[in-house]
Write a protein that binds this ligand. Structure first.
Ligand code: CDP
Length: 218
């Protein structure tokens, strides 16, 4: 039996990978894994249990037993709809901290691999092509300049009625990039066999077509 196809889409914060990955999955009728949501859920769970984000053993324990569910675009934790709560900047920041702990990454590994089900999977994250699905059918690394990414995040926040400061978002983006790229375990970097896609001047639809073209060419 040939392996179940996987398309991995990795890249830095707000590079548009989530939107692109979801549309590619819809176009192919594949399952979709938002691995960042698992790190966000782990951080939220730690915050709610009063567990320090650098307490590796206790955070890994929470990650291993995360009572999480994904349903039609909504995210649930212990029976509570946390779709919006996990998108808060503070939770994203916490996610990037717990994601630096090897025990947490190990605790989430099998859970992520379990998403590989027929007819196929599109997985979005930081280490989908390098670690979790190193044998993926097609790998893409999506980037955009820190300024372009901060601007996209700014628009999202304003559209949702939140207040936001563009310079603060650029600074936050650079700090998160540094932490994700510089960490010892599963740092953010393109897999050697990944297609590099710079979306600074590319709209979502063009990026989706580029990914589909890359996959079909494999
Ligand atoms: O929305 P954004 O791209 O900022 O974040 P996300 O994809 O939801 O991921 C949140 C955090 O989880 C990131 O800053 C990473 O540190 C971490 N993460 C990771 O380490 N590995 C993954 N496969 C996915 C996310």
């Amino acid at each position: 039996m040939p392996p179940i196809p996987v398309i991995t889409i990795d890249g830095p914060s707000a590079s548009g990978k989530g939107t692109v990955a979801e549309r590619v999955a819809a176009a192919l009728g594949f399952h979709f894994l938002d691995s960042g949501a698992l790190y966000r859920l782990t951080a939220l769970s730690a915050m709610r249990h009063g567990v320090a984000l650098d307490d590796a053993a206790r955070v890994a324990q929470l990650a291993a037993t995360l009572p999480a569910a994904f349903r039609d675009g909504t995210v649930w934790l212990a029976g509570e709809d946390v779709t919006d709560a996990i998108r808060a900047e503070a939770v994203g920041d916490g996610a990037s901290k717990v994601a630096a702990l090897p025990a947490v990454r190990a605790a989430l590994l099998e859970r992520q691999r379990a998403y590989r089900q027929a007819p196929g999977l599109v997985a979005d994250g930081r280490d989908m092509g390098t670690v979790v699905f190193a044998d993926a059918t097609a790998k893409v690394f999506l980037t955009a300049s820190a300024e372009a990414r901060a601007e996209r995040r700014y628009k999202q926040l304003i559209e949702k009625g939140n207040s936001a400061s563009l310079p603060a978002l650029v600074a936050d983006m650079q700090a998160r990039d540094a932490r994700d790229t510089g960490r010892a375990v599963a740092p953010l970097k393109p897999a050697p066999d990944a297609l590099l896609l710079d979306t600074t001047r590319m709209d979502v639809e063009s990026a989706v077509q580029a990914v589909l073209g890359h996959y079909r060419g494999r």
